[in-house]
Each structure stands twice: as C-alpha cells, then as structure tokens.
Design a binder for this molecule. Structure first.
Ligand SMILES: [Zn+2]
Length: 300
C-alpha cells in the first residue's frame, strides 16, 4: 500500500504537471472509485471546467485545490495509481476507473485493480458547523496540516502528519505515553499519526532501536527523541528516493517510474539477511496477517 513517501512522490509530479490545467472532461467507468458521491455525475459536474490550482498531501491523501475553492481528494488504497497518459493514443491500462482530460496536455487516469482507492470532491459542512479536528493534530505547533483539515472536513480526523505538521519530541512524548498498545500499532494508526504504514513503521522503529511490540507508554525520553528523529529522517530519505516499489511493482509515479527506496530498506522484506548494524539475521513475525521485520539485538 502506498504510504506517505509514495503519496508525496505522486503529489510532486501532479503539482509539476497539472497545476494551471483546466479540466475538460471527467469519465467514470467504475462508480466504486467515486463511491462517496450518490452518483458519478455529481463528481463529474463538480470538476468539469475547473482549473487545478494546487496539489497538497496529508497522510496518505492527496488534496487537489480547484479554482472555485473546492478540493478533490484522492486516496490510492492498496493498489491505486494516478498515471499521466503518454499521448492521446496511449492505450488505457486495465482497471482504469476514472479519466480526466484537460483543455491542454495529456490525460490523467486513475487505475486501481483492487478498488480500495477512491476520489471524491470534499463536501463543506453545513453553515455554522466546524470540523472536529483530531486531538492529536491539535498538538501541532505549525505547518500546513491544520489548514488542510479545516478545508477538508473528511480529513479532520487524521492524526499528526510527521512532515506537514510540526510537533516537537515533547508533544510526541505526550501522545505516545497516552497509549497502552504496541508501538507499531500506535505509529500506524492513522488517527494518531498519519501517513505511516507497514513498510515505514518497520524502518522507523529499527532506526529508533525500538521493538514493534513495545508498549507505547513504557518508552523512555531518549527513545521518544530517537523515534521523533527517525520518523522525519526516514520519511524524508524515502521521499528523496521517490518511495518504495516492492516485488509486486504496484507503486509507480504518474510517469510510470518505480521508486528506489526499497534498495535502502534495512529490515523490511529482509528476513534472514544480516542486520546492517549487528549482522544478526533479521526476524519476521506475522501480526494480524501482516509481516513485521525487526532485529532482535538492535531493537529493545
Ligand atoms: Zn541488529
């Protein structure tokens, strides 16, 4: 599943290639892709004729700002891809559910074999109602995240975004120490910290020297400071290498290029290979049908 670095990679290509473009037509061939709308025509009508002004990200969501102030929101789910057509005759990939054409330039296609992804146009709350912002996100001391949550009420529940929200280690400590569950569950809970999934949780916890099953409230100050640093460093590094593409080759950017960060994974998908720090074999355990990779010696 695409996580924060993959979504950020998609965002940067969309921002570069589609900001300033005017949407000519929107064709929905699988209504499940726009399932939040009563019918695909409501999605289509909100978008046709609009010009794209900005592309932002919060957690694993893309937020496309339109010239009428509305926002189109996208989530890639398990297998979603936003692909820029190479030319007008470029054949559509199988599982293309939504096609955007523009008054100038190539089409944009939403392709999603497993159909867990979605696109929708955010609906403003009734006059006088304010979105209920996540209590964790409200601890943010800066960044663009809070404004995004106010503008897109559907995303107000999202917890701290490690890059879009600014949060010092001391506030992260308050969040982590209020939880009695395992660390991996805490940092992959989108309502607590958003954007991190299975891959980056394992990489961050390895970098911080913390086992996946440590009870969150038991972390020391030093461990929380290491976790705080590891979150921003690992995610920034993964963005620099344009995300991770695993053996299923599901993640590609809008130009069809795979990411390269998988070459830098230190524990994820490396069962039995030597730990880069101590040479002990990397372990794999299965928790709720998902694999966790870690080093028994380096992570306490
Ligand atoms: Zn080790």
């Amino acid at each position: 599943m695409p996580e924060l670095p993959e979504v950020e990679t998609v965002r940067s290509v969309l921002a570069r290639d589609f900001v300033g473009k005017k949407i000519k037509t929107v064709t929905v061939t699988n209504g499940r892709a726009v399932r939040r709308h009563k019918a695909p025509k409501y999605f289509r009508e909100a978008l046709e004729g609009r010009t794209i002004k900005s592309v932002h990200r919060l957690g694993k969501y893309l937020i496309v700002g339109l010239d009428d102030g509305n926002k189109m929101v996208g989530h890639l789910g398990m297998s979603g891809q936003l692909l820029r057509a190479k030319g007008p005759k470029d054949p559509k990939p199988k599982h293309t559910h939504v096609v955007f054409t523009f008054t100038q330039g190539p089409e944009l296609r939403f392709v999603d074999p497993r159909t867990f992804g979605e696109l929708f146009v955010s609906q403003p709350l009734p006059e006088g109602q304010a979105p209920e912002i996540s209590k964790f996100a409200r601890l943010s001391i800066g960044g663009d995240g809070l404004a995004t949550r106010v503008a897109v009420p559907e995303l107000a529940h999202l917890g701290i975004d490690p890059l879009e929200d600014q949060i010092g280690w001391d506030r992260l400590a308050a969040i982590v120490r209020s939880r009695t569950t395992a660390m991996k569950a805490v940092i992959t809970d989108q309502d607590i910290i958003c954007g991190i999934g299975n891959i980056y949780a394992d990489e961050i916890l390895f970098e911080a020297g913390i086992r996946y099953d440590r009870v969150a409230e038991s972390l020391s100050t030093i461990e929380i400071r290491r976790l705080h640093r590891a979150m921003t460093e690992i995610l920034a590094d993964a963005i620099k290498h344009r995300g991770s593409t695993l053996d299923d080759e599901q993640f590609v950017d809008p130009e069809g290029n795979p990411g390269e960060y998988q070459q830098y994974h230190r524990v994820y998908n490396r069962e039995g290979l030597p730990c880069p720090q101590c040479r002990a074999p990397i372990q794999r355990v299965s928790v709720r049908q998902r694999s966790t990779f870690f080093c028994e010696k380096c992570q306490n």
